[in-house]
Design a protein around this ligand. Structure first.
Ligand SMILES: NC(=O)c1ccc[n+]([C@@H]2O[C@H](COP(=O)([O-])OP(=O)(O)OC[C@H]3O[C@@H](n4cnc5c(N)ncnc54)[C@H](O)[C@@H]3O)[C@@H](O)[C@H]2O)c1
Length: 339
């Protein structure tokens, strides 16, 4: 019930019409719907509202594959809620993976992140490159990958997809992602404000292309990559510098000003990523979107939403803001448990 989930449900309903789809989410952002025509989880056969720290007993009964998306999902939230990020993204998540394995689940797909490469100047990083996780969020992803590797075997095939930064329209849009922020600024106020000096490298992937990758991974043959696989998921063509993204948006949406903060301190996160292995292993599930269609599609969604909030960086479309408000109003406690 987050940003990536709804697109995955659409993909799975399309590619596997007969399967039973079950969702589990605690619903932090359940209400943050954006320009929807149907409730996204109506595509599921069953939805549990549950905290994965206390999962339902029979969750994995008759389940073949698990796609594990639930997480505290970015650096700003991870900085503010360090311990909770460790608890949810790693401790509870690995316990869940153990339960899945014990229950006979054959495929486990984990949404990891290219942020594990941290600050990595020079050539594009492949999966063998040294890791440099700089934040609680990135560290939680590595820890999970390491422990999943120990669980993987012929009967429990694990794929950790190290996704590039996501972008694009979704039924629960996030605007705390670089390209989405730029398109939102362009639509709301004809202004793109680049907070860095624009030089950091940031590979992107469209949410629909993430869904394609997960669809591939839930049925991956262990002969194709091994029982455990940590894989960069994205495409070499989508390694962009932040300023290129701002310029691409300004080219497509007329009358937009781009301001770049030339005096900004160097961004801590900058990396180019080599997606060659993904191309080799999953030739039929390669990213399909172009940057142009991603921008146009998102602009259309924002227009459909009649989006005009110039102050969107303080809005309900920013995950940290929603969580903070839940806490301020006592709906969540400091461990991010519902009260
Ligand atoms: N968006 C990106 O750029 C990106 C890039 C790489 C990897 N990922 C990963 O993909 C996954 C999905 O990302 P997203 O953008 O949809 O994030 P999101 O924040 O929009 O959604 C995360 C979902 O997890 C749920 N959740 C969090 N803690 C939970 C708990 N304790 N129990 C049950 N549910 C819980 C939330 O309610 C929310 O619906 C995350 O694991 C994220 O780290 C995202």
């Amino acid at each position: 019930m987050g940003y990536v989930g709804p697109g995955l449900l659409e993909q799975l309903r399309r590619s596997r019409p007969g399967v039973t789809l079950v969702g589990v989410d605690t619903g932090y952002f359940a209400h943050c719907l954006t320009g929807v025509t149907i409730f996204p989880e109506a595509r599921l056969d069953r939805q549990y509202f549950a905290d994965l720290r206390k999962p339902p007993e029979d969750l994995f009964e008759d389940v073949d594959a698990v796609v594990h998306l639930a997480a505290i999902s970015n650096d700003p939230m991870g900085d503010r809620f360090k311990e909770v990020t460790y608890d949810i993204n790693f401790q509870a998540s690995i316990e869940l993976a153990k339960k899945a394995k014990a229950a006979g689940v054959s495929h486990f797909v984990f949404a990891s992140s290219c942020s594990v490469y941290g600050f990595a100047e020079g050539e594009a990083r492949n999966e063998q490159a040294p890791l440099n996780p700089l934040t609680a969020y990135a560290k939680s992803k590595i820890k999970m990958e390491d422990e999943l590797q120990k669980l993987a075997d012929e009967n429990f095939v694990v794929t950790c997809l190290r996704f590039a930064t996501a972008c694009g329209a979704s039924d629960r849009l996030r605007l705390d992602l670089v390209l989405n922020d730029f398109v939102a600024g362009a639509i709301a106020s004809k202004q793109i404000t680049v907070l860095s000096d624009g030089t950091p490298w940031r590979p992107l992937i469209h949410v629909r292309d993430m869904a394609l990758a997960m669809d591939w991974a839930i049925q991956r043959d262990s002969a194709n990559g091994g029982a455990f696989l940590a894989l960069n998921a994205g495409s070499n063509a989508w390694n962009y510098q932040v300023r290129d993204l701002a310029e691409a948006v300004a080219e497509l949406i007329p009358g937009v000003d781009v301001s770049i903060n030339k005096d900004a301190p160097a961004d801590k996160r900058s990396y180019q990523v080599d997606f060659g292995l993904y191309e080799k292993l999953a030739p039929d599930h390669q990213p399909q979107m172009t940057l142009k269609t991603a921008i146009q599609d998102l602009a259309e969604r924002l227009e459909f939403m009649q989006f005009s909030d110039g102050d969107f960086r303080n809005s309900q479309l920013i995950r940290l803001k929603v969580i903070s408000e839940h806490c301020e109003h006592g709906r969540l406690n400091s461990r991010l448990e519902w009260q």
